[in-house]
Design a protein around this ligand. Structure first.
Ligand code: FAD
Ligand code: FES
Length: 251
């Protein structure tokens, strides 16, 4: 089910340089949202187009969203204060399949960790590999994931926390630690492609969450279309979660 919600902002705080955690109050949206879905936020009356942001948590009627301020829309959102109202369209997209048996490994890079947090919150048998630029960009994720997962593996590009290097460099080692049944990944496309390749080499199912360039978010405008092995697909409606085999080719 999707509709427009008039929500109240509980808090909107900077948790790392240019990264904000937004908490909004909505019992109804928190009940209907599935792990891996996203919302379209009307950041201000100045902009006609809404901005797509992943749902990171839905606990106790509070929706948590993490966003990086990259352009005019997200910078405008960063000025919003607790008590102000926010117009949200959701919950959108397909989300992750949580019916898979066995242990799931989440592999996230940067803001791609947001939809993976919502998975960790909903299933018990889960570990996470967190990748980021530096300690500042992973510290808050570690605190968010701590209560929700078994083990946390960390990599940073500059080695300021965890192993130095990309998440894909540590992944083969992580896969030796446990018999995982699937990998869920979200982050830069190059990282997801690398993760999907390693998953394939290890005969593991892999599901990737894509960020298409969006306008309507409802499957009507085609601006988020991507080519897949099963034809053109809309990231906002058919995704954002796809089976990696459908979107990546390693032949
Ligand atoms: C399904 C989905 C989930 C996302 N989840 C998150 C999240 O949890 N946290 C987060 O920080 N970012 C997330 N993004 C990216 C986020 O939507 C963009 O960073 C944001 O729209 C940029 O808006 P802006 O006005 O600040 O930037 P501008 O560059 O000024 O935006 C201009 C236009 O481009 C569109 N746009 C720009 N970048 C993107 C992008 N990467 N994806 C889609 N549209 C874009 C905007 O919607 C806007 O219409 C997600 C994107 C998608 C598609
Ligand atoms: S954003 Fe319009 S069809 Fe996907």
């Amino acid at each position: 089910m999707k509709k427009i919600f008039d929500t109240e902002i509980k808090s909107n705080v900077e948790v790392a340089e240019n990264i904000f955690r937004l908490e909004i109050l909505s019992q109804e949206l928190s009940k209907i949202a599935r792990a891996g879905q996203f919302v379209q936020v009307k950041v201000s009356d100045e902009f006609t187009l809404r901005r797509p942001l992943g749902i990171a948590s839905t606990k106790n009627g509070v929706i948590k969203i993490f966003y990086r301020t990259v352009g005019r829309g997200t910078k405008s959102l960063a000025n919003k204060k607790a008590g102000e109202h926010l117009d949200i369209l959701g919950a959108l997209g397909n989300g992750f399949n949580l019916e898979i048996d066995g242990r799931i490994l989440l592999v996230g890079g940067g803001m791609g960790l947001a939809p993976l947090l919502s998975v960790a919150e909903k299933i018990p048998a889960v570990d996470v590999l967190i990748g980021g630029k530096n300690a500042d960009e992973v510290n808050f994720w570690i605190e968010e994931f701590k209560p929700e997962v078994g083990k946390i593996f960390i990599t940073t590009d500059d080695g300021s926390r965890g192993s130095k290097g990309f998440a894909t460099a540590l992944l083969p080692e992580v896969l030796e630690y446990e018999n995982f049944s699937a990998i869920f990944t979200c982050g830069p496309e190059i990282m997801m492609r690398g993760v999907a390749k390693i998953a394939k080499e290890n005969n593991l199912s892999c599901y990737v969450s894509f960020e298409g360039r969006m306008a309507c978010g409802l499957g009507a405008c085609l601006s988020c279309s991507i080519d897949t092995k099963n034809g053109r697909k809309k990231v906002c409606k058919d995704g954002p979660v796809f089976d990696a085999q459908e979107v990546f080719d390693f032949e």
